[in-house]
Write a protein that binds this ligand. Sequence first.
Ligand code: ADQ
Length: 456
Amino acid sequence: MGRLIVVSNRIAPVEEGKAPQGGLAVAVLAALKETGGIWLGWSGRLAEDASPQPKLKRAGPLTYAMLDLTPQDFDLYYNGHANSVLWPVFHYRTQLVHYTRAAEDGYRRVNALFADALLPLLQPGDRIWVHDYQLIPLGRALRERGVEAPIGFFLHTPFPTPEVLRTLPTHRDLLRDLAAYDVVGLHTTRDRDALLSAWHRTWRETTDGRVEVDGRRIVVEAFPISIETEEIAADAPGAWNMRSAHRLRDSLVGRDLIIGVDRLDYSKGLPRRFEAFRTLLERWPDRRGRVSYMQIAPPTRSDVAEYQEIRHQLESLAGAVNGEFADIDWVPLRYLNKSVPRKTLLGFYRSARVGLVTPMRDGMNLVAKEYVAAQDPEAPGVLVLSEFAGAAEELEAALIVNPFDVEGVAEALERALTMPVEERRERHAALMRVLRGNDIGHWRRRFMAALEGAAA
Ligand code: ADQ
């Protein structure tokens, strides 16, 4: 097997001896350690005189290649086309799209920069794995520079249906960009079918299950991303005993906890989720004083206007719910705008009677999976999960809700809070079977096997 070259917007270099944070970093590093290789991405630094050559940092069999960007390029590429056009289109929020040709030019220029930076680092036998919507044109940019190595692409967001995709003025270019890859991976069969129907005019399925676009044969498949199931299940009891988890439970004085953990993003459905909690307290008055909802939501993409707006909206909603229902010794809604260390989070998940995950659209949603894996199998909490999270395709034993139906979400909360322990155990066991059958290692190996198949 040749070396693996991973390209993503950000890279997560891991200090010697420290564990990587987060599933994707874990998966990518595991793959890179197996084969040796390079991880190329933006360094996180902005500089007026950014060099087009990446800084290289070696760590055993792998090399981190870190590119600086100019503030102008970053603004057009990242805040502009990636996060103000592609992110809202892919999450079906077409009213939030701010398309400009200048931003798309910047996006393509940065993708070309990535291609130029990668070219001199490549060797015969390399396999290339590109990640996510920031880098869709990279495969074609590499092909235009003569790269013949197998190139795979994985999209971490949903892929929209053709009518929604059409709001992007240059959607045909995007479809042609995707056709430059040998493997295109999506989270769910729904996303795969959406891409196939967008390709409909030019694609045809071949007998070996591939898709032919303009004479190129491409593997298009659902690879549902997952978590380190066994590690999380093994770490959770210790995390439950950490001081942070004790502090949390002490503060609850026996009340039930509902937990939500999300990046502060309009795709995550937080305003309606707050409304659903308010509806729970309105319709079931004896829940008052007996349940608390903690929402952890660290701000992201704060330079984009919509992200500032949602932050204000949530502050005002949280204030309204607490103003209406709080008592001298009870705060119904705890709203935290900060990030929490991974281990601490596991202890919080395990302390919560309900995991509330209600995005309006989500590629997969790893929080849903982490919440399940962190539970005590003898007394597990209940996952309430949006049908619009990719995870719902696998996690059928959760309480599945439509996040647009605020009353329905409140009913599911009430049902979760009153669910007998036998039913909770059964559902948890069913969910764990799914998460053991498809953990992050399985995801990585399946994708790598598809890429290897393309090479053959
Ligand atoms: P995200 O939109 O970031 O990911 P998610 O899948 O839930 O959403 O992953 C978030 C990760 O960050 C989880 O591992 C979670 O534990 C962690 N996290 C979230 N909030 C945190 C906090 N306050 N403190 C600490 N850690 C926190 C994108 C797509 C998803 C897709 C993933 C992976 O939007 O749909 O599942 O990529 O492909």
